[in-house]
Every structure is written in C-alpha cells, then in structure tokens.
Design a protein around this ligand. Sequence first.
Ligand code: SF4
Length: 347
Amino acid sequence: MKENLYGYTLEGLQNLVLSLGYKKYNGEQILRWLYQSQVTDIDQMSNLSLELREKLKEKYEIFIPKIEKKQISSDGTIKYLLRLSDGNLVETVLMRYIYGNAVCVSSQVGCNMGCSFCASGLLKKIRDLTANEMTSEVMVVQHDLNKTNERVSHVVIMGIGEPFDNYDNVMQFIYCINEAKGLAIGARHISVSTSGLVPKIRQISNEKLQINLAISLHAPNDLIRNKIMKVNQAYNMQELKDALVEYCNKTNRRLTFEYILLKGINDSSENALELIQYLNGLCCYVNLIPYNAVNESPYQRSDEKNINIFYNLLKKYKINVTIRREFGKDIEAACGQLRAKSEGNKI
Ligand code: SF4
C-alpha cells in the first residue's frame, strides 16, 4: 500500500527526497505543490523531473478521503463524514466565523476516554489517526473551499478522539499545517483540546509553539468530574491545575476551559461558585456550552434561565466567559453523532 504524501513537515519532505537520492530543494517544491497549488496527482508537480515523479509514485500517493456524507447547516456549518483508506469513518467540521474558516479535526477513530455525555465515546477507539490523515481532513475542506475562493484559516483539534492520547501524530500534524511554505496556518490559529492528560500537558509546555490549549473541564469538583469524565480518576482536578499553572508559567499563553452545562448535574449556582474558585490564579477564558442532547444520552440541556445565572456569576467574578455560539443546530451537531449514527446502522 502506498503512503500518503500529506502530513510531512518541510524537513520531513527534504529527508524523503534525500533518501530517494534527490536534492533537498525538491522537498520544498513538493510542499508548495501539495499545499499552495493543491495538486491531487504527483504528475501535476511539473517542476520535478519525470524521474523523481516516477520514483515518488512507486511509494507515495496523494490520498484525499472520500466524502461519505456531507451535511450543510443553515448557519453555514458543514459536517463531513469521511471514509479513510482502510474504510474507517471520521468526522470533520467546517465552522464559519467572522474572522475566518475553522476546521474541527478528529484525531482518532473513536475514543477511549469514555466521557459519559459524549457521542464519540459511544464507539470505542479503533485506532489513532496519522499526521497524514489529519492533514487530509483539512485538505478535503480546503478543496471544497477552493470552489468559493476561500481558505482554511484556523484548525481546532476538538473532533472525535483525545489528541493527547495520540500525541506524536498530533504534534507532527500541527508542525505540518504550520509550515510557512505550506498551508501556513499560524500557531495562534491552531487549538488543541484535551480532557486532561496531565503528563502530556506538561510535555506540550515544552514545545516551542504558540498554539492555544483548551481543557474540557465540564465539572467544578472531583465528585462530579469523576462521575462524568473517567480521566479524572487518573488525574484529579488539583493535579490538573498544577500542570496548567506550569503550562501558563512556561508559555505565557491563556487557557480556554470548555464547560458543557448539563441540567441538574453541573449547572447550579453553587457549581458556578466552585468553578470560580478553581479557576482562581489561572489566566483563562471559559466557554460555556449548552448541551446538545443525543438519543442515547441520559443528560439534558440546562434551562435557559440556569445558563444565564451561571454565565452572570462568572462575569460578576471577572472571569472571561462566553456562551458558545451553536453551530449546525439543524444537523447532527454533537461531536461524533454523525459517525455514531452511520456505524450504528451497521451494528
Ligand atoms: S469528550 Fe473528547 S475525550 Fe471525552 S469521550 Fe468525547 S471525544 Fe473522547
């Protein structure tokens, strides 16, 4: 089976051509063809010698996943169900903001973290995605946007999977899309979201990248978090906070906390006050997310009134907070819902 040419950094492509007996500058040419000219066939790389193209074709290809299903919301959000080369399905979402087009990328096929409110967790992890597969998720969307002369400006690694459970591939993917002569997605336009794998938070503190780190917190104390997020049984909230303080001190970056409001579980005024206390000392921003109920889930969406009380309490204590704009309300908006539905049909 041939290897996909996507997912390499400039240095990676330079090493690849050197290993084939060619010149280092051919690596940069390939990078530009893939991400600037966005060719879909090695034969289109017209400034490479015929001999190099033939050599490349022996081992490599440009593989773009097949769009199995595409749902377009009235707000412009597009959800893609993509079929990978081995037949597995992943979800990728295009979200449109005033400031640009953000692609939400999946990092694994399924997820093992078992967060009880999450549609993705309904289907266990089958395998990690490689850097080339995550890059090809972005390229599917970019090829679609080419039709309207638009570009992907932001990437968020918040789709199906726990990115830090696939750390090396995710980092290679980030370095690849950040390449100045490639897709050139600025580091500050790249966000990665973790459920709280403490050792990996410490590891990413040492990367020389100004990316955004988001924490899926979803609870104000260990009692609630242990119930809804299994990861908390391995790394409790104090351990998480210690790692985050270290991250902030090393990177000087502001954190984002994601907090899904679940009716009667984590949405009371007391919960808001506990959360405020937990965030004390952290330079952060809180994203409150109204829950998208899925059929299989025991949870319900918080009442509008409770959402507002929660929000106003955080505001009162000078926490930077927003209620997340809902994308794709009229399509299967919850992460993993589309894939769970498709795979569910087969079960
Ligand atoms: S919320 Fe994220 S980490 Fe938790 S099960 Fe879903 S995909 Fe996995």
